[in-house]
Design a protein around this ligand. Structure first.
Ligand SMILES: [Zn+2]
Ligand SMILES: [Zn+2]
Ligand SMILES: [Zn+2]
Length: 158
């Protein structure tokens, strides 16, 4: 199969699973209502995206680039560039002026008792912390396995 055939085929398969309400990732479990993935795969995907985002950020920081736009150099002793810092600052001010008592993380929900952040943000942060280490390890292993498969596939095709 050529590259184009393959992507068209993949799209067709994706649409078929989606139409039948089956998870497009594992192709076994039922997808959540009006979604394309089952709860397990959705969670794994969210964690994967987060880990990938972290990797990008780490890479940018190492290169001395802003972790937000990853284009402009970051300000000395800061992780972001002047433009992104200013943009974030303005957004924060806007949100805070709308709701000065809101959670300091999402600026939307009201904070939990004795906390500056809302229950949802606290929960997320706690969850993220707990899983961060194990996930990174898993991701590294998965990446390694995947690149191995890719190498093998390329080798077979030749
Ligand atoms: Zn699934
Ligand atoms: Zn920036
Ligand atoms: Zn919040």
């Amino acid at each position: 199969m050529t590259r184009i055939d393959e992507s068209a085929h993949r799209k067709k398969v994706y649409a078929a699973y989606k139409a039948h309400g089956i998870c497009v990732i594992c192709k076994r479990r039922r997808a959540r209502k009006n979604r394309t993935k089952c709860p397990e795969c959705a969670r794994a995907h969210a964690l994967y995206m987060r880990a990938r985002y972290d990797d990008f950020q780490a890479e940018a920081a190492e290169a001395g680039l802003c972790v937000k736009c990853r284009k402009r150099p970051s300000k000395p002793n800061r992780k972001r560039c002047h433009t992104c810092l200013r943009r974030q600052c303005k957004a924060d001010v806007r949100m805070l002026s709308k709701n000065p008592e809101a959670c300091t993380r999402c600026h939307r929900r009201s904070p939990a008792k004795n906390y500056k952040e809302c229950a949802a943000c606290l929960k997320y942060k706690r969850l993220y912390k707990t899983f961060s280490a194990t996930r990174k390890k898993e991701m590294a292993q998965a990446n390694y396995r995947r690149s191995g498969q890719r190498r093998r596939r390329l080798f077979d095709e030749r």
